[in-house]
Design a protein around this ligand. Structure first.
Ligand code: ADP
Length: 195
């Protein structure tokens, strides 16, 4: 199974990524987490990543590919992945598609999670109160949502045009969202039928 999770901040990419990986028996890869891990390292590139993440700006593609590619290659060899947070731009999507063709790998599906903007903002502010991430401040949250709308959301149409988009309402309890995703994947014969 090779699955992408495409969703704005606060929609539950990380939560669903973990749950789906557990249910489908493949590795969960979070682009944001991998970059945060690099950012914690006291290196030049780590400091560069940290600066982009703190502002809520996208990390440059070259760095993203360098961090992500080896992890994805290992996951593929082990049977697949649930990748959340990548691609986030059209150039990332086309570069990933070219790489996929070269390696004889194509995506099975792209799950797009959607929820009203007010719900997303509230979830992120709640996470901030619970001692969340340093990019969960009101101003940076607003900026991350803008970056999603302008730069990442065109990917929804990109994958819909390729016939692999599965759109799910994320404004529901996490277990309901997971069940709906699994049902929609089994409708596409991508997972064993559970009903
Ligand atoms: P969220 O979607 O809530 O913002 P993530 O953990 O997915 O959380 O991403 C956090 C940050 O990591 C982004 O704001 C960005 O700086 C960086 N990042 C994650 N994925 C990518 C990517 N594919 N390309 C560029 N930057 C990325």
């Amino acid at each position: 199974m090779r699955l992408l999770l495409l969703a704005p901040p606060g929609a539950g990419k990380g939560t669903q990524g973990e749950r789906l990986a557990g249910r489908l028996g493949v590795q969960h890869i979070s682009a944001g987490e991998l970059l945060r891990a690099q950012a914690r390292a006291d290196t030049g590139v780590g400091r560069e990543i940290a600066a982009y993440q703190q502002r809520g700006d996208l990390v440059p593609d070259a760095i993203v590919f360098e961090v992500l590619t080896p992890v994805v290659v290992v996951a593929v060899a082990r049977g697949g992945y649930i990748l959340d947070g990548f691609p986030r731009t059209l150039p990332q999507a086309t570069a990933a598609a070219e790489l996929g063709v070269r390696l004889g790998l194509t995506l099975d599906a792209v799950v797009s999670l959607h929820a009203p903007q007010a719900v997303l903002v509230q979830r992120l502010l709640d996470r901030a109160i619970q001692g969340g991430r340093s990019d969960d401040t009101a101003a940076v949250i607003r900026h991350r949502l803008e970056v999603f709308t302008t730069t990442t959301s065109p990917l929804i149409a990109y994958y819909r045009d390729r016939g692999i988009l599965v759109a799910v309402d994320a404004d529901q309890a996490p277990e309901v969202v997971t069940t709906e995703i699994l049902t929609r994947l089994s409708d596409r014969s991508l997972t064993p039928d559970r009903r």
